[in-house]
Design a protein around this ligand. Sequence first.
Ligand code: NAP
Ligand code: FE
Length: 365
Amino acid sequence: MQNYSFFMPTRVIHGEKELVNQAGLLKQLGNKCLLVTGKTSARASGALDDAVEALTSQGIRYELFDQVENNPSLENVGAGGEAARQFKPDFILGIGGGSPLDASKAIAVLAVNDIDPEELYRNQFDNRPLPIVAVPTTAGTGSEVTPYSVLTTRELETKKSFSVPELFPRLAFLDWRYTEKLPLTITRDTALDALSHLVEGYLSQRATGTSDLFAEQGMKLWTKSLKSLREGVLPPEDRDRLLVASTLGGITISYTGTTLVHALGYSLTYYYDIPHGRANGLLMAEYLRYNAEHVPQRVTNILTWLGLNDIEEFAQIMTELSGPMVELSAEEIKQYAAKAVTTKAALQSQGEVTEEVLERILQNS
Ligand code: NAP
Ligand code: FE
């Protein structure tokens, strides 16, 4: 029998315009707010306007840090931390894809701890992070309900996460309208990230009866949007389903962590600038083949919930949504496998994950 606990402290609020309708909840977090966003999408999505309306209606003062890069680096969140230490907010409101949401978490720590951003990886801070509010504008990472912040470290030439329980956002607002203007490629890339959290969470050695519930429901919901994802035109109900599925994926990995797909995918993003979700999509079919050797019933369940006949059909869909794999040299394959093999994510995968296993997955992908 398995011992486990359930902890998901984020209040998830789903629905159109709820950020404005429930602005009173923001007031409970304080009187000063730092808004953290990427360069353009928070404005373009309409989420920033809603946030400003909500804050203004409650008399909450705010400043904007809108310099978050894709796959934010330690230096990038360091600049946000500096801005936060000057402004001294009571809480952080992050708007965007996973990059601004993860940066918000780092900034929530740096706002009250004047440390080198490198020290975030120690996962121990003198002062507790500020409360975080998360407003996703992509349907992908699930960062709005996870305690993880994934940051790029140039020193280690990869992406690495830090995590403390207080990084679970206090509030997450799921409003599909903020994802409406996502271009098709980003919609697909981020949908693949959501799927990978659901699939990897279900195949993680740390999966529990509880995490399985979220993974199963998430996959069943995700697949209802598959037809429109393939055709390239997404009606509101499919955008909404993908957003909820991605939150379910986030809840799943908040228990289970990710597995070798993420561990390998980080190198594809670091060295080839392949968007995070697409990198996962490129590796997932081969990952299912590997898992079929260890947990065949689980792989069968995944295919059933996704409404697919076999791994071949899954592979075909991954290729269709993520496009062609980059050509990797034998040397690159060795290097990426060596980098991934020691990570926690690789160790949480089924079977014994050796460098050879990872090389084979990269080779065959
Ligand atoms: P992203 O890096 O946040 O954003 C990618 C691009 O999409 C950016 O150019 C962004 O523009 C644009 N964009 C975002 N929302 C948009 C909208 N509504 N309309 C038009 N364009 C929009 O992408 P992401 O895939 O959501 O996040 C990836 C990051 O999350 C990675 O660093 C990954 O490692 C991390 N991640 C974290 C977790 C976790 O648990 N914390 C889990 C998985 C992945 P702007 O730059 O203008 O914003
Ligand atoms: Fe991810």
